[in-house]
Design a protein around this ligand. Structure first.
Ligand code: TXA
Ligand code: MG
Length: 339
């Protein structure tokens, strides 16, 4: 164990963070999506220590974070025209593109794949850290493997205190779910591996075909070969049992929960839903943007109150809401109660 430094987004603290990264240490930092756990993407030993700090399976590749297009040139062998257009439109921002990996990125960073996921984050502290360190930063979400991604520095410390050199406190993340991850099946086809704030609808103007991977909607066998290894692991889950309930209306949902309830039953509802008498309820918004912002926060709060079972209202699958649907289903192991 080590002492984890608490840093702020000030010039002095950012210099400390940049020096730590250059020395090979792990630094957690805010991005617009969730907090990342960063190391110099080119240093094998440092990247290996990310996997051990998180308890992450070694075949799950990391995203490399860059601050400008020159940095991209150094870590991929080829940038297709469609990727350039998407970079123009969405970077800096919550879009990760899987591209052919250059030699400078070791296999441990890419989980042994010959591709690398790259994104240019928009959070000023993330961009400053990349620029000041001069490192492309490999960073998964800064949670222990399997836990909900952290959206505050406190959440990072709850999971990582004593395991990493420092965390930069940038307040609450804006988006709240991880970036949209895409790859290109060909020059005209965008394949969404993980949905995020940037939706299929947002990407449609840029390609003849845009489609969402099957693993976004359903459980993938642990031994299956998938386009994105991260999708096969159970993820994002609080300790409480998460049970999404597909009900024809709110009255049916409330009646079902009332019939099932025990001492540690909670509900996770939309903001516009009424109360359910006698059952403690948390809320996570009324649309995809709001639900993305609050989902992981609520998961962690449910653990703080020692919720045992949580019945959850299911978001729709359109636009940004698909990212929320996907995280919720994965937290539930894709088991839904349909009334
Ligand atoms: O918003 C985000 O993306 C956050 C912040 C910190 O940037 N990062 C993040 O990283 O969510 P992580 O490691 O928790 O998720 C990375 C996802 C995994 O599902 C992984 O399988 C996929 O991206 N991925 C990374 N590189 C890939 C590659 N070369 N091919 C296919 N999938 C890849
Ligand atoms: Mg993660």
């Amino acid at each position: 164990m080590m002492e984890t430094k608490r840093l702020q987004y000030t010039t002095e603290d950012m210099e400390t963070a940049a020096a730590l990264l250059r020395s090979g240490a792990l630094v957690a930092f805010p991005t617009e999506t969730v907090y990342g756990l960063g190391a110099d993407a080119r240093r094998e030993e440092s990247v290996r220590s990310i996997f051990s700090a998180k308890g992450r399976p070694a075949d799950n590749p990391l995203i490399v974070h860059i601050a400008d297009m020159d940095m991209l040139q150094g870590i991929v062998t080829y940038i297709p025209e469609i990727a350039r257009k998407l970079a123009d439109a969405f970077w800096p921002g919550p879009l990760t593109m899987v591209l052919p990996k250059a030699e400078s990125i070791p296999a441990v960073t890419s989980g042994g794949l010959d591709t690398v996921g790259v994104r240019m984050p928009s959070h000023p502290a993330a961009l400053a850290l990349i620029r000041m360190s001069g490192c492309p930063i490999a960073a998964p979400s800064a949670n222990r493997s399997g836990s909900p991604s952290p959206t505050t520095a406190k959440h990072v410390l709850d999971d990582m205190d004593g395991r990493i050199a420092a965390v930069i406190d940038g307040g609450q993340c804006d988006v709240g779910v991880e970036s949209t991850v895409i790859c290109f099946d060909d020059d005209e086809t965008i394949h969404i591996l993980r949905p995020g704030l940037i939706s299929a609808e947002d990407l449609e103007p840029f390609a003849a075909h845009v489609y969402v991977d099957e693993a976004v909607y359903q459980q993938i066998a642990a031994d299956a070969k998938v386009a994105s290894p991260g999708m096969k692991y159970r993820h994002y889950a609080p300790h409480a049992k998460i049970i999404p309930v597909d009900a024809p209306d709110f009255a049916a949902f409330a009646a079902f929960v009332n019939a099932q309830k025990t001492d540690d039953t909670y509900c996770l509802l939309f903001d516009s839903d009424p109360e359910i008498a006698g059952i403690p309820c948390m809320r996570y918004g009324d649309n995809g943007r709001e639900q993305a912002h609050y989902l992981f926060l609520r998961f962690r709060e449910l653990d703080e109150v020692h919720a045992g079972t949580v019945y959850v209202r299911i978001p729709d699958k359109n636009g940004t809401a698909l990212s929320v649907y996907n995280r919720l289903m994965r937290a539930a192991g894709f088991e839904v109660i349909t009334l």
